[in-house]
Design a protein around this ligand. Structure first.
Ligand code: F6R
Length: 612
């Protein structure tokens, strides 16, 4: 989703343009359809924008870059108005240039008002309203640059991360935040701003995260942060740990396959120091909840979006077995506007890789408003959700760059099991069950390594699979959420229409879909439901032979009446879902490659969805 970069430096240099472009490139993974920068060139703002990839912006900027001390940049993911150069940011109006992430909800009303005042709009975006409004106020003789921005902020409704420069104020860069992430990076040579720390980690690791309803006035080497009531805030920069090396492809063709392959390491990282073998429990230092609260919880409510939501669904299957308390999972975009029943002892848990997903954040705030205690299962340290939950578990999976989430899913599921161990040992979880979970987790990195060795086998199958126009993923028990996540991953990266069903549910309607153009991916585990699931497989086989079976059973006869069988190791029921899921990830990846898709940045998708 949209990305903001900006800087104000002590010396004018072409390197500053390079830094803006590099910042944009570092945010490419978030998904975008156009990009642009605006910078002080002499005593004028120069704006260069382009539709499509950053490479075409670079073409426009040319080989010999101009020198500047002050600039802002943006990658846009269209919401209001087509992806086009005219709608791309920065929007420069009069002396003002802005970049904006988020959505201005009252833009139509403001636009009408500004048109009546004589302003002429050139784009279809909600964002241009911000530039027009600030420029309008700035033309009023009694307002300076900061005053004009302040005045404009009082008029905006909705979500925004904003960076603003003015042609006649080359020593000031202003940023503001309301429900859209924004941070300030401090270095000896320049002050940076970004919506994503990735954009500036090559230059600094000293960061100030702006909170909602804060703005900051920045100079080269200076910062003043204010709340929207204009009180100066006392902020302390923090040091973040991000290694620019982690955001390279390291020899892989795509980030997606790199991140799939990183899962054994991700397993080790999320588990590091967290298994308490002595007490058959886990050490989770960040939960920040009183011990006696664990005994009082009467329900767990997981709220998330997309793949994180499917990790939550798997969490329901796991946690209900461990804790014997109801676990509900809600899509955040629904939860935030519903009127769901919650009790004061309902524990709210938000799953999020980015920690910035707008719907998940709004749901968290709704849960807190109801007085619920909340935890976050989050990958991105310092993200807004991570800062607002009462406590949580960081995944330590490293940056996930590919838009399609893979390693975060595995790490979220492991964090769920760790949470189950911790809460469970204050309740009824037996030593025997805890030991099963701990042993399963202990061998998981190796088990995943084993599935990853099927890589070439799955690659060879990909062209066979890619011929189908539709796919149906089936599974039972904890393999049902895995089937949903498998279908989600496939449609995201290959654009093949896919859905998922519990295998036992097919006869109630979806059997009608079985036909020549549809491939069934059947997840079959040799667990307590093996015979039931085999009957469901037989029902499918009676209607089609377009079936790919993925199984941990060694039964040879399963291959009859299918296009192929992928065999994985039989592991504990606690972790089998993750084994099958890695197969799904490899299928999605190789099918997408076979079809020539934009694997890391699938069309119409964004990595960190910071608008509703
Ligand atoms: C799936 C995917 C999205 C995200 C969803 C939530 O591959 O990338 O469905 O899972 O947008 O994002 P986070 O986890 O950042 O809250």
């Amino acid at each position: 989703m949209c990305g903001i970069i900006g800087l104000i430096a002590s010396k004018s240099s072409p390197n500053n343009i390079e830094a803006l472009v590099l910042g944009l490139k570092r945010m490419e993974y978030r998904g975008y359809d156009s990009a642009g920068i605006a910078f002080m060139a002499g005593n004028q703002i120069k704006t260069v924008r382009s539709k499509g990839k950053i490479a075409s912006l670079e073409d426009k900027l040319g080989q010999s870059l101009e020198s500047t001390k002050l600039g802002i940049g943006h990658t846009r993911w269209a919401t209001h108005g087509d992806p086009s150069e005219i709608n791309a940011h920065p929007h420069t109006v009069g002396k003002i240039s802005i970049v904006h992430n988020g959505i201005i909800e009252n833009y139509q009303e403001l636009k009408q008002e500004l048109i009546e005042l004589g302003c002429e709009f050139s784009s279809e975006t909600d964002s241009e309203v911000v530039a027009q409004l600030i420029n309008y106020y700035y033309q009023q003789s009694d307002l300076d640059f900061v005053g004009a921005v302040r005045q404009a902020l009082t008029r905006l409704k909705g979500a925004y991360g904003l960076a603003i420069i003015a042609e006649d104020q080359p020593d000031q860069l202003i940023v503001a935040r309301q429900a859209s992430p924004l941070l300030i990076g401090l270095s000896d040579h320049a002050t940076y701003i970004a919506s994503d720390p990735m954009a500036i980690i090559s230059y600094t690791d000293r960061i100030i995260y702006l909170e909602d309803k804060e703005y900051a006035v920045l100079g080269a080497g200076s910062y003043q942060v204010y709340d929207f009531d204009h009180n100066l805030r006392d902020v302390t920069p923090e040091t973040i740990e991000l290694d620019p090396g982690q955001i390279q492809k390291s020899g892989y063709d795509h980030f997606l396959i790199k991140e799939i392959m990183e899962q054994p390491e991700a397993v080790i990282n999320v588990l590091r120091g967290r298994i308490d073998k002595q007490n058959f429990s886990s050490h989770l230092g960040g939960l920040n909840l009183p011990d006696d609260y664990f005994r009082k919880i009467d329900r767990i409510l997981i709220v998330a979006c997309g793949t994180a939501y499917y990790a939550g669904l798997l969490g329901k299957y796991l946690l209900e077995k461990m804790l014997n308390i109801p676990v509900d999972v809600e899509m955040a975009s629904e939860f935030r506007y519903r009127d769901p029943a919650t009790s004061k002892n309902t524990l709210g848990v938000v799953y999020s890789q980015s920690g910035e997903t707008a719907d998940s954040l709004a749901s968290l705030r709704e849960m807190k408003r109801r007085g619920m205690l909340t935890l976050g299962i989050i990958n991105t340290a310092g993200s807004t959700i991570a800062r607002e939950v009462d406590g949580g578990i960081y995944l330590h999976a490293g940056p996930e760059i590919s838009v399609a989430s893979t390693k975060a899913f595995s790490s979220m599921s492991i964090a769920t099991l760790l949470l189950g161990l911790e809460i469970g040992r204050y309740r009824q979880l037996s030593i025997e069950r805890s030991m099963e979970v701990i042993q399963a987790l202990g061998s998981l990195a190796n088990d995943i390594e084993g599935v990853l060795s099927l890589d070439q086998e799955i690659k060879l199958l990909a062209s066979k699979i890619a011929k189908f126009g539709h796919m149906m993923y089936l599974g039972r028990d904890s393999l049902y959420p895995i089937a949903i996540e498998g279908s989600h991953k496939l449609k995201e990266v290959s654009y093949i229409q896919a859905e998922a069903y519990p295998a036992g549910e097919m006869k109630h309607g979806a059997n009608a879909l079985l036909g020549d153009d549809l491939l069934v991916v059947f997840f079959l585990s040799n667990n307590f439901l093996y015979d039931k699931a085999k009957s469901n497989l037989a029902e499918v086989k009676a209607r089609t032979s377009n079936i790919l079976v993925v199984t941990d059973s060694e039964e040879q006869d399963l291959a009859r009446g299918t296009i192929d069988v992928i065999r994985v190791k039989r592991v504990s029921d606690w972790t089998q879902g993750l084994i099958f899921n890695v197969v799904s990830q490899l299928i999605a990846y190789y099918v997408a490659v076979d079809l020539g898709r934009d694997v890391d940045q699938p069309r119409n998708l964004a990595k960190s969805v910071t608008v509703e």
